[in-house]
Design a protein. Structure first.
Lengths: 757, 89, 161
């Protein structure tokens, strides 16, 4: 591992070539999950629970089986029963039993939309009609739909056989799957010495990642018990791993071919339909494709956790933070794991906090099992912390940027969980914010009558995981390079990975042709998520490119019959150090290289990269009568390490900001008391449209990370963290009132204004 | 000697100070040394000869991918922490 | 069984300039007809209830959500999908602009946006930012925040002159 990034005069890095998969995507040629067609393919469809919490007493599939055009029907009895084995120490952690039961319920349904059975039929209409004929006898139970209900004394318990881990003690009969604590220093002393202590509790409703492409799963189960899967996923190897576990097959019997993916944001890491299509294929000996409808996606796929976060911060008379406390309660949905350790890591991440204590609770509720959503749990805790910081600044009259600079987390600062930060760029982001046109501009003090304007600022953080990636390169006879990798591409990563190899080789980005391949064709590569892809797969490409150069030099040595120490390579040309006339282009060395074709491969398993910090500034205009909030100016500032392809880095900043804005102003799961999501459509789950947003200004700050040769930091996740508090702070600035619940929708604003009067 | 920080639940349940000191040429030896001083800690950290699933070791700010074989050269601090699945369940 | 079976309907229609005769179940949407019967999958399903625009096609000069149109309704009509935008001479200026401006990340909404934006530029060659945003408000994008999409449409409008 290098400790400092390389020279700064890059030839490819920092340019904006057209992405390699771009032509297929603008012409409609690119094949996404639902586009696949295989000869003889049948259509799968699933039966889902109408209840949020119920015991399954019996399932009668006989009528469905008799239907003309129905080829197979399955229930959870067709899946192997798995134990409570905890899977692995990497991206896949959790219980195998829960994994399987989330795919198809065995004896209990835990959310409305929970799959209970499936059919394979000759076409979609027949499949849907067959599903209607499946009769399920339920014993309906009382659901719990938020952390308060789930943690209450006589709460209905979701998992009777499960023991929660409460600070190391096993506790039965609880919906609190885990209670963890982190503690450094003495906060009681810190609060006692504080000149001012501010405490706020925020309450956030569940939100969905909202990717435009619904889930799909296509499978073929052959006569040798080998299963081929085609799916849109953020992790082909994660799918292979999960599918093989659910079906109790050796991992090598499952081959996953990733289709192009229409958005993920973390939500396409879990599996849903793949094992179902596989079992239906086993029963029919035909390929089976199963799709989700948009309603299914909302009802039954993993949303981002709602919950409650309380933060308390104490400062001294100089404005220095002395102590901080957080109580974090997040909804895991039907099965445990609500990213509470990530929450603990992020809650005070922007600050140098000498003493702190964090209690975090992972709470199961009768909602779909939550999935990662872009910086999981960080937006939730940032809402609380940045609201408290803003309140402190308002009370004391501190400039919000100066206060943050005074308490800034930087290299060597102890993080909330203990380890010291390595090189990070929060300070540079705050300084860039202070220096920005937006911050320096005046907020229009004379808006139209009935409208109020306000400005808010907030900071946020996400760490970047490393983990495993593999890359293969081969030099073609025309001197161009084929790059094989396994990171499914949700935002242009195959281009940024190819660009890193091109930079090493000193050739244009267009001359490195990347392909994203199936799990049999490349070494293990962990998910496209956790902001790891450009970092880790890029690093593997970097290493593979260096190895390719070694190969080129070795074979040139053979060809020229000189010692390889006498040879150097740069910018597509290999030459003798002694004789300047003795040289070859890549095309020339690729033409019949001695000893075999020129190929290389590299794999990495990286420690986490330096994290990313973001600071966002939002100017709002609020209509006092209707509560409608318009964003009139928005700037996203972020430490991006090194922007490999700046257009796609800007894209991440803008996309994350847009999701955060939707989260702040409109998005929520509107739940009935029975645990049914009443707004399970794009009409009523209101995501921002082009009319709801202004141009989103981006300021990329580059503080190279120590962990990558080009200083790459993950950029995908930090931008969703600041928007909610930035907007909450702007609303407070405009109206003098603090909204502590998301979404900060028009009705909440008008109600709060009424109360204020 | 290396400064070692153990997670809250180990410290609470085994009455271990917030910060302790231990040594080892690799993570395995280091944990054995900690076990000598505070019996019961190893059980939390190690399972079947590997770092327990769900537990990670952060060595001078970087989470090791090598587990117990990670060689400890010139290391100032190690934090044992629950692993953070930033990606999935 | 056989007497309850609904018969398929013969439909003659022109898709991307190619006249064709197809057999369509009367209850099937134009979206499903394009993807399953005609076999062109560039038009995408995002929600199937007219709220996201991923399935936008141009029907006799008017953009529609093809999930809200029945396959049997297009008898005698002209349909343009994303597959008809480029020609042997090259990409449509909008497609080129989307690539240059990085106006796509995952790309699933891109066909819908391209068809919608083309309809705008065909009728209004020099739209303002506000007009573009208004016109495209029926197409959802979750990845980009729309910034680069709007810039790409503006760029294409300048290039088309």
């Amino acid at each position: 591992m290098v400790s400092t990034p390389e020279n700064k005069n890059y030839k490819v890095i920092g340019t904006r070539p057209i992405r390699h998969d771009g032509y297929d995507k603008v012409t409609g040629r690119a094949q996404y999950g639902a586009d696949i067609k295989l000869p003889g393919m049948l259509t799968g469809a699933v039966a889902r629970s109408p209840y949020a919490h119920a015991k399954i007493k019996s399932i009668d599939t006989s009528e469905a089986e008799k239907m003309d055009g129905v080829f197979a029907v399955m229930t959870a009895k067709d899946l192997p029963r798995l134990g409570d084995v905890v899977r692995g120490n990497s991206e896949e952690s959790g219980s195998e039993k829960h994994l399987s039961e989330n795919v198809m319920a065995f004896d209990k349904v835990l959310y409305k939309g929970h799959v209970v059975a499936a059919v394979a039929a000759k076409d979609q209409n027949t499949a849907f009609e067959a599903v209607k004929k499946i009769k399920v006898d339920y014993e309906v139970l009382k659901p719990v739909i938020d952390v308060d209900q789930a943690m209450a004394k006589d709460a209905s318990i979701l998992h009777e056989d499960y023991s929660g881990d409460h600070l190391g003690k096993k506790v039965k009969n609880t919906n609190i799957a885990a209670h963890v604590r982190h503690e450094n220093g003495d906060i009681d002393n810190g609060f006692e010495k504080s000149d001012l202590v501010v405490e706020k509790e925020v309450d956030m409703q569940t939100v969905h990642q909202g990717y435009l492409e619904p889930h799909s799963g296509t499978a073929v189960w052959d006569e040798e018990d080998r299963v081929k899967v085609w799916t849109s996923t953020q992790g082909s190897f994660a799918v292979r791993d999960s599918v093989s576990k659910v079906l109790d097959l050796d991992v090598s019997r499952v081959k996953v071919t990733p289709m192009e993916i229409g958005g993920g944001f973390g939500g396409k890491i879990p599996i849903y339909l793949e094992p179902i299509s596989a079992v239906l294929s086993k029963k029919t000996r035909r390929p089976v494709k199963t799709l989700m409808s948009r309603t299914d996606v909302f009802d039954a796929t993993g949303p981002g956790p709602g919950g409650k976060v309380k933060v308390k911060i104490g400062i001294d008379s100089e404005g220095k933070i002395l102590a901080a406390y957080a109580d974090i309660r997040l909804e895991a949905g039907a099965y445990p794991e609500a990213f509470i350790e990530a929450a603990a890591k992020c809650v005070f991440s922007c600050y140098d906090v000498p003493s702190m204590k964090i209690d975090a609770y992972d709470v199961v509720v009768n909602k779909p099992s939550s999935a990662p959503y872009r910086a999981p749990a960080s937006p939730q805790v940032a809402f609380a912390t940045e609201t408290v910081v803003d309140e402190i600044c308002n009370i004391k009259g501190y400039d919000p940027i100066d206060f943050r600079l005074k308490n800034v987390a930087e290299k060597g600062t102890r993080t909330a969980l203990g380890p010291k930060y390595r090189t990070i760029g929060l300070k540079e982001c705050l300084e860039a914010a202070k220096d920005s046109d937006h911050w320096k501009s005046n907020l229009d003090s004379n808006p139209k009558p009935g409208k109020k304007r306000g400005r808010g600022i907030a900071s946020g953080y996400w760490f970047n995981i490393g983990f495993k990636s593999s890359v293969n390169l081969s030099l073609n006879p025309d001197g161009k390079v084929a790059l094989i990798e396994g990171s499914t591409d949700i935002g242009g990563s195959r281009a940024s990975i190819a660009m890193q190899a091109a930079e090493v080789l000193g050739i244009p980005a267009e001359d490195v042709r990347p392909s994203v391949v199936d799990t049999d064709s490349i070494g293990i590569t962990d998910v496209t998520g956790g902001s790891r892809t450009t970092y880790a797969t890029g690093y593997a490409a970097y290493n593979a490119a260096h190895k390719l150069i070694e190969q080129i030099i070795e074979k040139s040595a053979l060809k020229w019959d000189i010692n390889k120490d006498q040879i150097e390579y740069s910018d597509g040309v290999v030459k003798s150090k002694a004789d300047s006339e003795l040289k070859m282009t890549l095309k020339e060395i690729a033409d019949d290289p001695p000893g075999g074709p020129i190929v290389s491969s590299a794999s990495v398993d990286l420690e986490e990269a330096g994290g990313g910090f973001a600071v966002h500034i939002a100017d709002l205009e609020i209509d006092e009568e209707t509560g409608k909030t318009d964003i009139v100016n928005y700037t996203a500032i972020q430490d991006v390490g090194k922007a490999i392809h700046p257009s796609y880095v800007e894209g991440q900043m803008q996309g994350g900001a847009a999701q955060g804005i939707g989260w702040a102003l409109n998005e929520e799961y509107f739940m009935s008391d029975d645990g049914i999501m009443l707004n399970s459509s794009y009409l009523d789950y209101r995501m921002p449209t082009s009319l709801d947003l202004p141009m989103i200004n981006t300021i990329m700050v580059e503080v190279p990370s120590e962990e990558h040769p080009y200083g790459v930091r993950g950029v995908g996740e930090p931008p969703i963290v600041p928007p909610v508090p930035a907007i909450g702070n702007a609303i407070n600035n405009a109206l003098g009132l603090r909204l502590l619940s998301t979404p900060m929708k028009p009705s909440r604003i008008t109600e709060a204004l009424k109360r204020k009067k | 000697m290396i400064k070692i920080f153990l997670p809250y639940k180990i410290r609470e349940n085994l009455d271990v100070p917030t910060e302790i000191e231990a040594y080892g040429s690799n993570l395995r030896n280091l944990i054995d040394h900690i076990e000598d001083m505070y019996p019961g800690v190893k059980e939390y950290l190690v399972d079947e000869g590997k770092l327990r699933p769900g537990m990670s070791a952060v060595i001078d700010g970087k989470t090791t991918r090598l587990g117990l074989i990670h060689k400890l050269d010139n290391v100032a601090e190690i934090h044992f922490l629950p692993s953070i699945a930033g990606g999935s369940k | 069984m056989a007497e309850n079976k609904v018969k398929k309907v013969a439909v003659n229609t022109t898709i991307n300039g190619e006249e064709m005769d197809i057999l369509v179940d009367p209850y099937v949407s134009l979206l499903e007809t394009l993807r399953e019967v005609v076999g062109i999958t560039g038009t995408k399903e995002g929600c199937n209830d007219g709220n996201c625009g991923a399935c936008t096609v141009n029907l006799d000069g008017r953009i529609v959500d093809s999930c809200l149109v029945l396959g049997v309704e297009v008898e005698g009509k002209n349909i343009e999908t994303v597959e008809g935008m480029a020609n042997p001479d090259g990409l449509h200026p909008l497609q080129q602009a989307f690539l240059e401006e990085a106006a796509l990340q995952c790309g699933i909404c891109t066909p819908g946006f391209l068809v919608s934006a083309k309809a705008l530029l065909d009728n209004e060659p020099d739209p303002s930012e506000e007009r573009i945003r208004h016109w495209l408000a029926g197409n959802l994008c979750r990845c980009t925040g729309y910034d680069k999409i709007v810039k790409a449409v503006t760029k294409a409008s300048k290039e088309s002159k």
